[in-house]
Design a protein around this ligand. Structure first.
Ligand SMILES: [Zn+2]
Length: 473
């Protein structure tokens, strides 16, 4: 059996993965708060853990892996968005508007993440469907002395859990100094966090032993993972931005509620995403949603196929910051177009190449797996390339429509082919000045042309410039 090694945030070591139950390998990943379109940073954990899900299914069998990713559909941002619609004159109730907003956002999320070639997890629980389990866990924490009620709020008593802060490697006092903790009169200690809070009549709320209210954010993941995966499971994933406080709080809640269990054995965190070397922000004008990339509403100005977006993400290891650039997207587009042409109509081998499996099994080294795919392509192993690419969610039949469509990028390929033909004609006519001008022109435009025994190969490289290419006509 393939040996999988994963870097565990909890131990800060790369460890050999040994599931609690190989017949049911269990993974939980924190999902989105559903009030708006997913931005391109939100797509990173989805792709990273989708590749791990595919690997686990490959190693343990499709029916022996349970992957849970939640939808946070109770949140003040959702309430604010619904309230905005109500203020704009919508006659419906706030509950109806909230439901409409969350349903719509979940649909968008499925569309966008599906366009990026991600599998649907085994379960996608919505927080509002697990309020009963959250209330039960909160009651249990109060009974065990780890939580207290004050003024309709229930708070987790952070200092009652000695290991608090271990995941992120910080002491509670350091965290107080570094974090923007809310000081409130109902808190015993500024670090204590909300498990339950009261709702006024104009906010969504549920009846509870502490009056009508709604849950804090952290409790949902503890309650839903327990309900769907049990008190100990294998892998918990999410973005590094969730490590503190969200994941520390999940651990505190779950470990204090079930001290005899382990909660999650392996914690994995993906690094953040930048755009053209800069932090993504609305004020810099480099903040894009996945939909913006798919529809061409971004600084690159072209419609990036979902498969191309995915390929760019896979090029960077999850533990490193990832930089989205227009140039990488163009290179990915050219590579995939070439691989699609090569594997079209080819029946894949029964199994992916071991080079690709081993790369992914080595701490989800997607960049290494892509390098292994390049080696398969270079050796002309189209059947192996197709089978192996599937393990990364690439070159699937259902995803390939873009590569045969007549978009602007098909136009670029057609132009390059036309110019290569012109170069061939010039050589045949012994017009060496024209042939050389085309050769130099390709280089200047960022198109690498290679004459091989099988024919001419080309590739779009660093600094591709369409206008220079068009000038060669
Ligand atoms: Zn969570």
């Amino acid at each position: 059996m393939t040996e999988i090694r994963l870097t565990n945030t909890k131990t800060r070591k790369k460890e050999v993965f040994a599931p609690i139950d190989p017949n049911n390998v269990r993974m939980y990943v924190c999902g989105p708060t559903v009030y708006d379109r997913a931005h391109i940073g939100n797509a990173r954990p989805v792709i990273v853990f989708d590749v791990l899900f595919r690997l686990l299914r490959h190693v343990y069998g499709d029916d022996h892996v349970t992957y849970v990713r939640n939808f946070t559909d109770v949140d003040d941002k959702i309430n604010a968005e619904a309230q905005r619609r109500k203020d704009a004159g919508d006659p419906r109730t706030l509950e109806e508007l909230i439901r409409e907003r969350t349903d719509e956002t979940i649909r968008w999320y499925h569309d966008d993440m599906g366009a990026l070639g991600n599998l649907t997890p085994s379960a996608e629980p919505r927080a509002t469907e697990y309020i009963g389990q959250m209330i039960a866990m909160i009651s249990d924490l109060i009974a065990k002395g780890h939580a207290y009620e004050k003024e309709g709020h229930v708070l987790f008593r952070v200092r009652s859990y000695e290991a608090y802060g271990k995941l992120s490697g910080r002491s509670v006092d350091d965290m107080i100094a570094g974090a923007r903790v809310e000081v409130a009169p109902f808190k015993e200690d500024p670090m204590d966090f909300v498990l339950w809070k009261p709702s006024t009549d104009d906010l969504p709320g549920w009846e509870s032993p502490w009056g009508r209210g709604r849950p804090g954010w952290h409790i949902e993941c503890s309650a839903m993972s327990h309900e769907l995966l049990g008190q100990s499971f294998d892998i918990h994933g999410g973005g590094i931005d969730l490590q503190f406080p969200h994941h520390e709080n999940e651990i505190a809640q779950s470990m204090c509620s079930h001290p005899e269990a382990e909660f999650a054995r392996v914690w994995m965190h993906n690094e953040m995403l930048q755009v053209e070397g800069k932090k993504m922000s609305k004020s810099l004008g480099n903040f894009f949603t996945v939909r913006d990339l798919l529809e061409g509403n971004w600084s690159g100005g072209w419609k990036v196929p979902g498969e191309v977006i995915r390929f760019v993400y896979l090029g960077t290891h999850y533990s490193k910051p990832m930089d989205w650039t227009d140039e990488k997207a163009h290179q990915a587009e050219a590579t995939l177009r070439k691989w699609r042409a090569m594997t079209n109509e080819v029946r894949p081998t029964a199994n992916p190449a071991s080079s690709v499996v081993e790369a992914i099994a080595d701490d989800v080294n997607t960049a290494g797996a892509i390098a292994a795919l390049h080696a398969l392509a270079a050796s002309g192993d189209a059947a192996g390339l197709k089978a192996s690419a599937a393990l990364l969610g690439l070159l699937g039949d259902e995803q390939g429509a873009w590569a045969v469509s007549e978009g602007p990028d098909a136009a670029v390929s057609a132009l390059i082919e036309e110019l290569l033909q012109a170069r061939l004609n010039a050589r045949k006519a012994k017009d060496f000045a024209r042939a050389d001008a085309l050769r130099d022109g390709f280089a200047a435009a960022g198109v690498v042309v290679k004459d091989t025994p099988q024919g001419v190969e080309w590739e779009i490289a660093k600094g591709f410039d369409l206008s220079k290419l068009e000038a060669l006509r």
